[in-house]
Design a protein around this ligand. Sequence first.
Ligand SMILES: Cc1ncc(COP(=O)(O)O)c(C=O)c1O
Length: 300
Amino acid sequence: MYADQKVWFNGQLVPWKSVTIPVLSHGFSRASAVFEIFGIHVGPDGPAAFRMDEHLKRLMRSIELLDMALAYSPKAIAAAVAETVRANRMGRGVIKLMAFWGEEVVIELVLDAKLDLAIFPVPETPDLHLDSTEPLSACLSKWRKIHPETVPVEAKACSNYLNGYLARKDANKRGFDIGVMAGTDGFLAEGSTESIFLVKEGVLKVPPLGRVLNSISRKSVLEVAPLLDIPFSEEALLPDALLDADEIFSAHTGVKVSPVNRYEDRELDAPGPVTAKLMQCMQKIMAFQDERFLNWFQQL
Ligand SMILES: Cc1ncc(COP(=O)(O)O)c(C=O)c1O
């Protein structure tokens, strides 16, 4: 599907299909890999990356949390992203950035290796559902979010997505779009690839950091809310709070705010008034129409 795209791989632009690693590489066989995804949006001055500085900061933090080392600085990676976008004449889409131990190992548990870096330009296609305003259905997953003392949940590590895969699979089998996981302590965490927010009596509520991925969309929503006079609270929430919520929405890179119209067997207003206000504001920001947030975009 992306065969004609050029991928930046360890400093070279190469054909998409040539970026392969051995099945027995540590990156594949033991999931020694981290990644990032962020949006490319086309503004008045051409393509721009959404909060790439924040995404690259998180990439470096993921690498640090896994006690790995990358030979490229955030500045060098940003330049490589710009080179990739320009070489592919990329429009709206996403950049997927993978850092992984690509060398083959057979038996040992490798503790140190060179991180390979690949930057994939992914042009928009309908199946990516970028910028969709369609409401989603959600349920409480039978799976618990991995405990932060078992692996760093703050790291965008490929291995953490086994947890997310199971939650999404369980939700889909039950007829829901997304599954919301509680932690092993019973308090709400997040969805497989999305943060979860609720609104109760006009107050926006979200589970605190430390138990969830430090989502850039989550951060963006919390930065926008006060400007819309929406009070918010980052607090420990029990799953029952979702049964009792006036509004629920999810947030992730592809769609900043996605209203939830069904949670378990409860129908919800989607979008409810607070969610609608946030959606409109985020849509304006993403269309480069809000001067206050133009610095969220890095021109490429
Ligand atoms: C577990 C998890 N939570 C939240 C998010 C949303 O994060 P972001 O807004 O940075 O895309 C993601 C995105 O992939 C995720 O995987």
